[in-house]
Design a protein around this ligand. Structure first.
Ligand SMILES: O=C(O)CCC(=O)C(=O)O
Ligand SMILES: [Mn+2]
Length: 203
């Protein structure tokens, strides 16, 4: 484990290859019930380059009119989200240090040309719970800064099987994904990257 800065912990190769493969199978099942959707920016309606889905009692969604929020149903199907699989609950129990279980798992799918701008995760009411993030597929360049947008940032690569925890003083740090490195993993047959973030929403 590497402590990137106070509260931000990186666990390289947390999941071995067989566990990554099992996790991908599980995510495929979730996404067949709760299909990927293209999130758009509040106000402008500009589409993001990632596609998303969720599992858990709550899912993170966004649209032009109502903006960023958590809701119990899929925005297109109106169905409740599939439950968070045990393998992800286990990761949370092992690394979060938090006494309550996660309520949401956001599933981000990045094509090799997708990215995510610098942002804070602050739509959760319970900011004492960390965000636990699992990377699968191609390596990305992850950027992490401080709690204001103008703080200096550092960059690190997140590879398939890595876990990163944003907790404590790092919980509200700005972070984003600058780029994906194509063909750096054989896990996903068509390339790209999947990121799973476990979140506790209510105290
Ligand atoms: O893809 C990642 O590693 C980060 C995703 C993220 O920051 C988010 O979904 O809020
Ligand atoms: Mn985030």
């Amino acid at each position: 484990m590497l402590e990137i800065s106070s509260g931000i912990r990186h666990f390289p190769s947390y999941l071995d290859r067989p566990r990554q493969e099992t996790m991908i199978e599980t995510i495929r099942e979730i996404v067949s019930a709760a299909p990927l959707f293209t999130p758009v920016m509040p106000g402008t309606g500009k589409p993001m380059s990632v596609r998303m889905s969720n599992c858990g009692e709550l899912g993170w969604v966004t649209d032009k009119e109502r903006g960023y929020r958590y809701q119990p149903v899929h925005p297109l199907t109106g169905e409740v989200w599939p439950p968070i699989p045990n393998a992800l609950m286990q990761i949370w129990n092992d690394v979060s240090g938090y006494h309550l279980p996660p309520q949401a798992c956001l599933i981000n799918f990045y094509a090799d040309d997708a990215k995510m701008g610098l942002h804070q995760d602050k739509d959760e009411q319970d900011l004492r719970a960390p965000v636990v993030s699992v990377s699968l597929g191609n390596t990305c360049l992850f950027r992490i800064g401080g709690t204001t947008r103008t703080n200096s940032t550092q960059s690190l690569k997140l590879a398939s099987g890595d876990v990163i925890v944003l907790g404590g003083e790092g919980r509200l740090c700005f972070h984003g994904v600058d780029r994906i490195y194509p063909a750096t993993s054989t896990l996903l047959k068509s390339g790209g990257r999947i990121n799973l973030t476990l979140r506790r929403v209510t105290p």
